[in-house]
Design a protein around this ligand. Sequence first.
Ligand SMILES: Nc1ncnc2c1ncn2[C@@H]1O[C@H](COP(=O)(O)OP(=O)(O)OP(=O)(O)O)[C@@H](O)[C@H]1O
Ligand SMILES: [Mg+2]
Length: 457
Amino acid sequence: MGYIFGVKGLDEALVDSIRDGALVIITGHPGSGKTILASTVCYTNSLRGKRCLYISFQEYRERLFRMLSRLGIHLEHAEDEGFLEYVRLPVLVKSSQLVDEIIKLVSKSDPDIIVVDSITPLMAAMRKRVSARSYLQDFFHTLASKFGKLVVLVDELMPGDAKKSTTGIEFVADVIIVLRHRVVRNILIRELEIMKARGSSLSVAKAPFTISEGHGLQVWMPVVLEEIPARGEEVISPPCKPFNDVIGPLRRGDVVVVSHPPDASPSFVYEGPLGLITARGLRGYVLSFMRPAKEILDILSELWGVDKGVLEAKLGDRLVIDSMNPTATETAQVVAYTVESIRAIKPDVVVVDGPDLVYELADRKEYISALYNLIKWYKKMNILSMRIVAETSPEVYNVYARLADVVIRFQKVEGGEKTGWRVYMWRVGREPAIVSHEHVAECQKMIRQEVLRVLRD
Ligand SMILES: Nc1ncnc2c1ncn2[C@@H]1O[C@H](COP(=O)(O)OP(=O)(O)OP(=O)(O)O)[C@@H](O)[C@H]1O
Ligand SMILES: [Mg+2]
């Protein structure tokens, strides 16, 4: 019979790997979330009618239950319903005594799941007695395999100890999950690793996770390359001739890069993507790393000469504008957040404003691999994605242009009395072309007219 972890990303990654007779080890640094994960397993399965025995050598019931209930894990409720027994035991030095105690508890309540949190002090107490340790390991293994229980053991890793556990029980385990945390730019980043998963074909083994009020533990599995539809349907037909000639219609799954000099006025870069989403009645999600959502609305309101309140009301929830401070986060978290937002909003078009800021703050390899995966995911999800990138260096431009299907690159032309623009446009499989500013301005005017028509209705 199958169990669940009760953690979305983890259950997707580890389909059917925890069942009767499985031995699961949750190991990790102090404060990394081991108790929360073990309790989540207990609680979510109790909601499915499984009985859980939670043996703790560490936590006082009241304090633990209070901490967990803020995370949405209501052990008290499970206890009241008769699906949970929480027992706090002192560390018994004699392994036989401990085994007797556990056997007594197991035979009394006949649970489906047994959690021991944690085995580290027990094993440490038997450090010098190899036979006692193997006796205990054998006992847990037997409890799982012979008696058909799901056994979840929590094990502790010392900080700095990358992988080694102190107990050596890993060898008989079916599933090993390692929880770690580190501090990046003053932010606590949590990471989960699936080190072992018997009987499960894993494609992803490491992922960031978060612990938050009301949501508990959430794992943010990276996107894996899967089947990608060849070419999506048309979402945006070109508003004007140069677009049509050089780029043609924008389709679902297309990856568009709109690049501009870092000192260029933002209004014209927003007008194309956001104007087209608005004019064509599409559902759009804008994630800006550059400026707060309110400021983007101000820009649009000024650009279109429409009162901000009216604009907000007209856009409704069709155009969701969101922002994130790139210095307060990390690549993996950005990806996790983006994917989660998109799953909730289900947009036709996603516009990312200023991803270059994230790139410049991130580890290069990590960022490019995340970007690559994210782009494949957009294609798989049939979403047209656009990135508005400030071309702070040729390198930054190249990172995005290389992965794009369509490039729209604004370039300043200086000469004579005034500065003008020209636009380099390209679509994969076609010849690139340079379009003059007049033509682009013409396009923008057409988009604006369309937008105003829609906003006036
Ligand atoms: N309400 C909450 N919101 C956000 N984070 C929380 C909340 N409650 C607890 N945490 C986080 O959960 C972590 C503790 O989780 P847990 O007790 O499961 O860790 P652990 O690995 O079992 O620790 P230990 O090694 O001390 O037993 C802490 O880092 C704490 O910051
Ligand atoms: Mg703990």
